[in-house]
Design a protein around this ligand. Structure first.
Ligand code: ZN
Length: 161
C-alpha cells in the first residue's frame, strides 16, 4: 500500500477523519506526473487527472465518491509514440466506522481512532483499471487511427527487411 507521505511534497491524497463532522465534504486532488512516477508502472508515462472527491459521513459510516477527469500518457502499441489517453470514471468506496469487520468483504472498516484516510493507493488502482488492453491512438472522424505515420512506415520497413 502506497501512502501520501511516500509520494512527497506535491501529493496530498488524504481525507481528515478525526473531527470530521457528519454530512458532505468536498476535496480536490490532482494526480500529476510525480504521482504516477512514484508507482513506476511502465504503462503509465505520466498524467494529469483531477479527482473531485465527495465524502458523505454519518456516525457509523463513510462513503467516498470519486470523480476522475483528465488524461494519462501511454504509448501506442502500433506506432510506439506517446499519446494522451482520456480518463473519465466515477467510483465510490464505502467504509464502516469503528465497528468490527462485517462479513461483507467489500466494506472496509476504519477504526474509531483513525486520524486520516489515505486514498493514494485506491486512486492509483482505479486509474490503472482504465488502461485499455490494446493501447492505440484514438481514431479520427473517418475511423482511421491517428498514429504517427512516419513512425509506422519506419516500423513497417524494419519488419519487412
Ligand atoms: Zn499510434
Amino acid at each position: 500500500m502506497k501512502t501520501s507521505k511516500e509520494i512527497g511534497l506535491h501529493g496530498s491524497y488524504t481525507i481528515p477523519i478525526a473531527g470530521l463532522s457528519d454530512g458532505d465534504h468536498s476535496y480536490d486532488f490532482r494526480l500529476d506526473d510525480q504521482f504516477f512516477a512514484f508507482f513506476q508502472n511502465p504503462d503509465i508515462l505520466g498524467g494529469d487527472v483531477r479527482v473531485a472527491v465527495k465524502v458523505e459521513k454519518s456516525s457509523n459510516s463513510l462513503v467516498a465518491f470519486l470523480n476522475f477527469f483528465g488524461t494519462i500518457r501511454i504509448s501506442c502499441d502500433f506506432c510506439l509514440e506517446e499519446f494522451n489517453f482520456p480518463i473519465k470514471v466515477s467510483e465510490s468506496i464505502p467504509y464502516t466506522l469503528g465497528m468490527k469487520p462485517t462479513n461483507n468483504d467489500d466494506i472496509q472498516t476504519l477504526p474509531k481512532d483513525t486520524v486520516e484516510l489515505d486514498l493514494t493507493q485506491d486512486l492509483y488502482d482505479i486509474v490503472v483499471l482504465e488502461i485499455p488492453i490494446q493501447k492505440q491512438h484514438p481514431k479520427d472522424e473517418s475511423g482511421n487511427p491517428t498514429c504517427d505515420l512516419t513512425m509506422l512506415e519506419l516500423l513497417k520497413k524494419y519488419i519487412i527487411e
